[in-house]
Design a protein. Structure first.
Length: 65
């Protein structure tokens, strides 16, 4: 099974090679943007969530957790 997965990966993505410096830099920049956008969204929602007065009951599987 492992051989099939390796072959599939090679056929889909070509030969595995180490990422270039530019690819690593672009990926780190993308990661940074995702983290910043996530933090911004959390801070934007914080005042709204603080104003919610309804009691949230655990439903479904969360009743057992």
């Amino acid at each position: 099974m492992s051989g099939r997965l390796h072959r599939l990966g090679r056929e889909l993505f070509g030969d595995v090679r180490p990422p270039t410096r530019g690819e690593r830099l672009a990926f780190r920049g993308f990661e940074l943007l995702v983290v910043l956008w996530t933090l911004q969204a959390a801070w934007d929602w914080a005042p709204t969530i603080a104003r919610i007065e309804a009691v949230v009951l655990p439903l479904g599987i969360f009743e057992h957790v």
